[in-house]
Write a protein that binds this ligand. Sequence first.
Ligand SMILES: [Fe+2]
Ligand SMILES: [Fe+2]
Ligand SMILES: [Fe+2]
Length: 413
Amino acid sequence: MIYNYDVKNILVSIIEAIDNFNFLLKNHHKHTATIAYQLGSSYGLDKDKLNNLVLAASIHDIGALYIDERDQLLYIDEHNPKPHEIMGAKMLEGFEPLKDIKEIIRHHHIKYDDILQNKVDKKDIRLECYFLHLADRIDILLETYGKDSYSRDLIIDEINLRFKTVFLPDLKYVFNELAQDDEFWENIYDLAFHELLMLNIDSNNFKINDSDIDGLSKIFARIVDFKSPWTKVHSITVGAFSNAIGKYLNLDEKTCFELKIAGYLHDIGKIAVPSELLDKADKLSDEEFKIIKSHAKYSSMILKSIDGLGNISKWAINHHEKRDKTGYPLKISDEKFSIEMDILAFSDILSALLENRPYRKTLPKNTILQILKNLTPNKLNFKVYKVIETNYDSLYNLYYKTIKENEEDYIKA
Ligand SMILES: [Fe+2]
Ligand SMILES: [Fe+2]
Ligand SMILES: [Fe+2]
């Protein structure tokens, strides 16, 4: 099966969206990538390593999901960066084109001292890791001290204090040479992230085929799902349900495939919502509920910015819409609805009802079917409900099979 998705373009768009919308790390990935790129190219890294470095820098903190983790990383001498390194590496599992990036992210806070003291095995550490760590700390210092020339001198001093202990001594020369150049500092804010990524991602590594788009979307599903322990496989199961329901309705193979991807991506806007709200056990205030609901708007903004997703983004964006115009964000009406939108909406609700939530346990079959049936025919399509009812037991088994298959993702670092 080849459906001709431009995997490189999708990857770049989602990386940009994560950096833009992620409320924890706004612009940190972009700044780190532009610093890393400049360090790497001045040093003379070969093309493959430079490509890896830029790509790793542009997603290196995807494993930092909570505010306390973020705050911890804002100290120049961070104490325990391991959890978000391991988590970040875990998220990239199963997607061949990013296998090198995964290994760089796993050790992106490597300290030179740890090598000297044999705390880590030198051969596990790729050269790109040292560049990434230095670039990352430069951006953290810019955040802390500011961008003016007085701060710049302080930053240069702070960094120079740490060669031989924290940073690889080989990078001292290239850092100090660049640091004298105004352009280096200006580029951190001025270089276009999109162009930088397009230039430094080797298209050859991203074959255009359906297994790649599947693996890639799964990564972004994990980034969203892992934000809360209650939804660890939510997007993955919504994808599995949508795919299965499409098949029960005899939709063609391509549509069923796209329904799966739409399920993986439907909640991507949750990257803009604080984890603490997604986790909250108590009743949400009106204001908090509004923030949670805003994820649909953000999903829409993100997915619309990606060229070439076509139907996938249309179905994913509208997963909270209802045929009687009571949904959100657009209050789409019946005439503009498609059966694929019903499938996404039902799959989302079914998955949520099967999940344990902080305020309730999973619900029994009869209750679930009653809740879904009550949505028809006014809010959602009865025909779709009917195939869910008929195949409920298979869908239920699919839910637990999907959890089991993704079980290792559960183990929080
Ligand atoms: Fe980090
Ligand atoms: Fe970072
Ligand atoms: Fe959802």
